[in-house]
Write a protein that binds this ligand. Structure first.
Ligand SMILES: Nc1ncnc2c1ncn2[C@@H]1O[C@H](COP(=O)(O)OP(=O)(O)OP(=O)(O)O)[C@@H](O)[C@H]1O
Ligand SMILES: [Mg+2]
Length: 168
């Protein structure tokens, strides 16, 4: 797929959609490390894809890169929310798979988490329209071989200027 341009500041080449082949978990982790370098307060990253697609693998790599160490990053499957106060950025890792109803979302404190840091959200679809629309969406699709994943990246306005650096 060829990148499409998005509205942006004059002279800036912006990309709002890209596709990447991730042949193995190390490639997914490398994407996570690049994402970590671009992440800032107020960012919402939606991680989409079926069970076992690699959403937690990617989130873990982002957190490790910002932490500068392989700290423990348990999957928030049961706690729903895990918060990491990392140098220069608080990252909140969320898994909404077990969210019963989008209305329960208000109890998770995600507005405040987004105010104070960045949000990595697995299964954002479960929130319906309760999460901000402006986000970077990373869709992970299973490939033809056990370790192949294809990532589709969709940048909202806040990410259009950064997607090129993420995939370039
Ligand atoms: N290219 C790849 N990228 C990411 N993970 C891969 C890749 N190839 C194989 N894997 C494996 O797939 C699994 C992905 O598991 P992970 O927990 O990240 O999935 P998930 O999308 O978070 O699932 P869930 O919806 O259950 O939370 C890991 O065991 C990982 O080693
Ligand atoms: Mg997961």
């Amino acid at each position: 797929m060829s990148p499409r341009t998005a509205r942006s500041s004059p002279g800036t080449i912006a990309i709002d959609e890209a596709r990447l082949r991730l042949p193995d978990p190390a490639a997914t982790r490398a994407l996570g490390a690049r994402l970590a370098g671009l992440l800032r307060r107020g960012d919402l990253i939606g991680l989409e894809g079926e069970l076992g697609a690699g959403k937690s693998e990617l989130a873990r790599a982002v957190i490790h890169a910002r932490a500068g160490a392989a700290i423990e990053v348990p999957s928030p499957t049961f706690t729903l929310v895990q918060t990491y106060d990392l140098p220069g950025l608080r990252i909140t890792h969320v898994d909404l798979y077990r969210l019963g109803d989008p209305a329960e979302l208000s109890e998770l404190g995600l507005d405040e988490a987004l105010d104070q840091g960045a949000l990595l959200v697995e299964w954002p679809e479960r929130a319906g329209a309760m999460l901000p629309a402006d986000r970077l969406t990373v869709q992970l699709h299973l490939g033809d071989t056990p370790e192949l994943r294809e990532a589709v990246l969709l940048a909202g306005p806040s990410w259009a200027d950064r997607l090129g650096r993420l995939v370039g």
